[in-house]
Design a protein around this ligand. Sequence first.
Ligand code: ZN
Length: 151
Amino acid sequence: MTAADDLAMRRALALAAEAASANEIPVGAVVLDADGRIVAEGRNHREATHDPTGHAEVDVLRRAAASVGSWNLEGHTLVVTLEPCIMCAGAILQARIGRVVFGAWDDKAGAAGSMYDVLRDRRLPYRAEVVGGVEADAATALLRAFFEQRR
Ligand SMILES: [Zn+2]
């Protein structure tokens, strides 16, 4: 974990809170370049866009690729408030993201170490370094408040 990761996670948490305000499950994400600068921000927008792939990670990968001008995001870091699901882990590898920092563990659908470990599966041609549990309490609190309010 670097100082840039820490700042990025705080930004991702703010984006997650923004999602909650828009009645979306609160998950936020940012992509950092090799120097730790934020190149793109994203959040969950599945309800508003009626898009089953509208997770924060897919959103931020699309924006980062557009900003960089390439689908290949080698050397970049993706920072997200919740452990990526199988779909997002797949998208992260497709983008050649080399490093993933995430907040809360998702023991029901996580694919970065809890349920599956897609990002570090040695059978795949590309893998990513994973740092999990960063600011996990803050990410979990956002999710818990969101679902409690909906009950
Ligand atoms: Zn996902």
